[in-house]
Design a protein around this ligand. Structure first.
Ligand code: RUQ
Ligand code: CUA
Ligand code: CA
Length: 626
């Protein structure tokens, strides 16, 4: 959720009407009376005794921290931070040549949607892809190593919010939130805002994951397949179809009004926004056949107005945010921020309407479907619906931002089963496998944008919170645990623990380039002014542990940690040259710098590895030029 400020009048009116209609208690977003009514957090259902392991992993977006945060469920213990778009000293991310290159000149990212890789529609525990809304990037995280292995810049887009994958994770799809002009050689091309409707575009990007080409721990191979031009609306969330809806991908947008100023107000004038449905197989065929319309900044661009059968507009009430496809693909669930309903579209009806070309009209050169023809149901879930997840028992769970609650409802009967308050202002909800064809159910995490009086105060900004509900068994959802989190959480991928199988050490591999495995191989090689150090480390020393170079030399250190004991990490830290690179057991890491400052630079092991850890140090000397 990127716009917390809903038009206040609109929201207040809705709250009043709904409150009267269905007898809700007051649910003003800012009233601190909405406290969670369940038992105190950390109830027995969530108790994981010391020494016991959690049953699930949660990989949650760390928002502006740029990280993915890994939690154990149900204990809500933080297990690891995986840096994606940020320098992160504990893992040396942003200190090695590869990770520096990945980050480029950007110093932050805004992580929104972790997307778990799937095989046959089920989470397979191999990869997570995650978007950076701020800088239009997508990254691949390798779950075998718990590390980021690729960051890909996407041209012709500035700010994209959504990310989704198909049931085999062959593709990823995303869309610009902010429409803009595109031009060769430019990232932020210029066109006057008066020309918005003609010169600005929404851009849909299809990426190929090329996942079969990637060995664990090797760089990701995600590549851009093509981009589709789209009307200059503001695209919010996407969901790829599956099952009955396989081959389609759905995008919401909140600004079919095409407001360019005072967007808060002007984007809410239409009762329905025109969301986008794309037949991605048809589009891919065109791209593969070379039937695209232009190439801009290296990307094939298809104008769907010139190729009927690729894209359709589907009107949905009002400023829709989330779109979520049921596990069998029969139902497409749209959550309208400014209407207290979710709208259920039938895939069967949608396909019929497309096949029979039963369109209402054409807008921006694209056929507009008729919502009434496609609608199966509309459910009064409550105020400010944002996102929906599914479990393994035919239930759906919709988050209500304004009302600070989660509504449980049933697929097929469309009956509301339960509603529970959360604390506070929930964005996404996440259920294990809840966006796939095989949800695992049992748990639901509400990823809240705020908290009220749940944690010790930490200054004028409150911690955000994540709350765990037990959704197994009975019809009621029960709050069982909660934790503060990093600002601000969006989506999370939750897995049963046995699906995630990380390595415990890097296996000894003497054929690995630049690695050394015995002390007699340690050496310093000079070639002109390039000095290459082949260094190893084992409790409790570095070899070599004295290095002397001349001022101006370029230095490369290949450091191999020859330990094979899990957890036995050493690391090289050196002030003066901003060096901090840990090496996990069996890993070879690279340090690269120019020794431009003369002097004496002690280096030391950064990880407390043994009783002789402090003694694990050495000297790096740079002989002055003169
Ligand atoms: S969004 S909180 Cu960034 Cu997925 Cu709706
Ligand atoms: Cu190695 Cu401390
Ligand atoms: Ca709108």
């Amino acid at each position: 959720m990127n716009k917390l400020k809903l038009g206040r009048n609109a929201v207040m009116a809705i709250i009043l009407i709904i409150g009267l209609l269905i007898g809700l208690v007051g649910c003003n977003a800012k009233t601190p009376t909405n406290t969670t009514n369940q038992a105190a957090a950390g109830t027995p259902a969530a108790w994981v005794a010391p020494g016991q392991l959690d049953t699930h992993y949660m990989f949650a977006s760390g928002g502006q921290s740029g990280n993915l945060i890994v939690w154990g469920i149900p204990s809500m213990r933080i297990l690891r931070q995986i840096p994606v778009y940020n320098v992160y000293a504990p893992t040396g991310f942003g200190f090695t040549p590869e990770t520096k290159k990945m980050l480029g000149d950007k110093t932050w990212g805004d992580v929104h949607h972790p997307i778990a890789s799937q095989t046959q529609g089920a989470y397979d525990g191999k990869f997570i892809w995650v978007n950076d809304k701020a800088n239009s990037r997508v990254a691949q995280v390798d779950l075998n190593r718990f590390e980021t292995t690729q960051i890909l810049d996407i041209p012709n887009m500035v700010g994209f919010h959504c990310l989704t994958t198909d049931p085999e994770s062959k593709y990823l799809f995303c869309a610009t939130e902010f429409s803009l002009p595109i031009a060769e050689g430019q990232k932020n091309a210029y066109a006057p805002l008066q020309n918005y409707t003609g010169e600005y575009y929404g851009i849909i990007t299809a990426l190929k994951t090329n996942r079969d080409k990637v060995q664990p721990g090797q760089p990701g191979q995600v590549s851009i397949s093509y981009q589709l031009l789209a009307p200059p609306y503001e695209y919010d969330i996407s969901s790829a179809g599956k099952g009955a809806a396989d081959g389609l991908v759905f995008f919401t947008n909140y600004n079919s009004e095409m407001a360019t100023s005072d967007i808060e107000k002007n984007s809410t004038t239409l009762p329905l926004d025109l969301t986008l449905v794309v037949d991605y197989n048809a589009a891919q065929k065109l791209a593969d056949a070379g039937t695209y319309d232009q190439v801009v900044n290296g990307v094939k661009i298809i104008d769907p107005r010139k190729h009927p059968g690729i894209a359709y507009l589907l009107p949905i009430a009002k400023n829709p945010h989330g779109v979520d496809v049921s596990p069998d693909g029969k139902w497409i669930v749209y959550s309208s921020k400014l209407d207290p309903v979710v709208t259920i579209i039938s895939t069967e009806k949608l396909k019929k309407a497309i096949a029979s070309k039963n369109f209402e009209k054409t807008t921006w050169g694209l056929p507009v479907l008729k919502e009434a023809d496609l609608q199966e149901a509309q459910i009064q879930v409550g105020v400010g619906p944002l996102h929906t997840q599914f479990d393994d028992q035919g239930y759906a769970y919709t988050s209500l931002f304004v009302e600070s609650a989660v509504t449980k409802w049933q697929l097929g009967s469309w009956k509301v089963i339960d509603k529970q308050p959360v604390n506070y202002n929930v964005g996404h909800v996440a259920v294990p496998g809840g966006d796939s064809m095989k949800p695992f159910g049992h748990w639901l995490v509400a990823l809240n944008k705020a908290s009220l009086k749940r944690f010790l105060p930490v200054g004028p900004s409150y911690p955000v919170s994540e709350q765990l509900f037990d959704i197994s068994g009975s019809s009621k959802m029960t709050l069982v645990n909660e934790t503060p989190s990093e600002r601000e959480p969006h989506y999370a991928s939750i897995f049963p623990a046995n699906l995630i199988k990380p390595i415990s050490v890097y296996p000894k591999d003497e054929s690995r380039p630049n690695s050394i495995w015995s002390e007699d191989k340690a050496k310093i090689v000079r070639n002109g002014n390039q000095v290459t150090v082949y260094m190893l480390t084992i409790r409790s020393h570095f070899k070599p542990d004295t290095i002397e170079v001349n001022q101006g030399d370029h230095v490369t250190i290949y450091l191999t940690n020859i330990e094979q004991q899990p957890g036995m990490t050493h690391g090289i830290g050196m002030s003066g040259y901003n060096i901090n690179v840990p090496a996990d057991p069996g890993q070879t890491v690279q340090v690269d710098f120019t020794a431009d400052k003369p002097g004496t630079f002690p280096f030391y092991c950064t990880n407390f590895c043994s009783a002789m850890h402090e003694e694990m140090a050495g000297y790096f000397l740079v002989k002055p030029k003169s």
